[in-house]
Design a binder for this molecule. Sequence first.
Ligand SMILES: C[S@@+](CC[C@H](N)C(=O)[O-])C[C@H]1O[C@@H](n2cnc3c(N)ncnc32)[C@H](O)[C@@H]1O
Length: 267
Amino acid sequence: MSDPFQDVDAAGADFVANVVKVLETRAAEPVMVEIVEAYLDHADFPEGGLHIEIGAGSGAVTRRIAARAGNGQAIGTDPSEGLIAAAAELGRDIANLSFETADGTALRFDDASVDTVVMHTVLSHVTAPEALLAEAFRVLKPGGKLIICDADFEKTSIGIAAGDPMQACAIYFVENFVTDKYLVGKLRALVRAAGLAVEHFGITPRVITEGAGAMSWVGIGGADMVAKGLISADLHKALIAEHDRRMAEGSFYGFQPFATLVAQKPG
Ligand SMILES: C[S@@+](CC[C@H](N)C(=O)[O-])C[C@H]1O[C@@H](n2cnc3c(N)ncnc32)[C@H](O)[C@@H]1O
């Protein structure tokens, strides 16, 4: 089945609005802030540097890159016009930040012109990660850094018992809203094959015991099951109520490993 993140606009305005909400919610989780700030520590931010995010979505990570860039520029790119419009609005007050519509396989930047390329939960949503990695290699300066962060979706878990319906929501989401749930395991080989030297590869657990981070699976995944006639709207409501009940009584437990890879273009 095709992953709607491959063409967010085609999935409709409601989906775009929900994706903005989900991405901004996830980006604000303390563990995600920690992950992003830790990987940005690996980047160099030279005077007047150029730093781009490929597949920027609503721009939460690009805003953090801009905050580090000093008098350099941060540019977020994404194929979705709807997401780029939302990102531009959310980042409108930041002087060294801009957004533009572009597919990650065909960027407008010159060869060897970019200091840092970031891809945050993008490669697990594309059919040919090699093509995005080749484009990142092309635009990076020799010595420039490629930073990839992605979820190990295959190990996503929000169940607390065998047959737990919460886990069914997570499985449905991974099977229908992710292109390659095994991407993380292949990442180092893919990056090396693109010609970059891997400097760092590590995993940080994203543990969800509060907040709305797991609603992407129960809310968006569940809504898709209703739309496809697989479950009733009443059951979806009940699943959301169960999510909310566990959150309220402090028994919700979600787990998703996040990989960070940092690589350098030789030169
Ligand atoms: C899960 S979102 C991640 C957004 C953002 N990086 C974040 O983490 O908040 C995946 C993003 O990849 C984008 N995307 C999908 N196919 C792409 C491609 N071929 N090139 C660049 N971005 C792509 C989608 O439009 C979407 O914004």
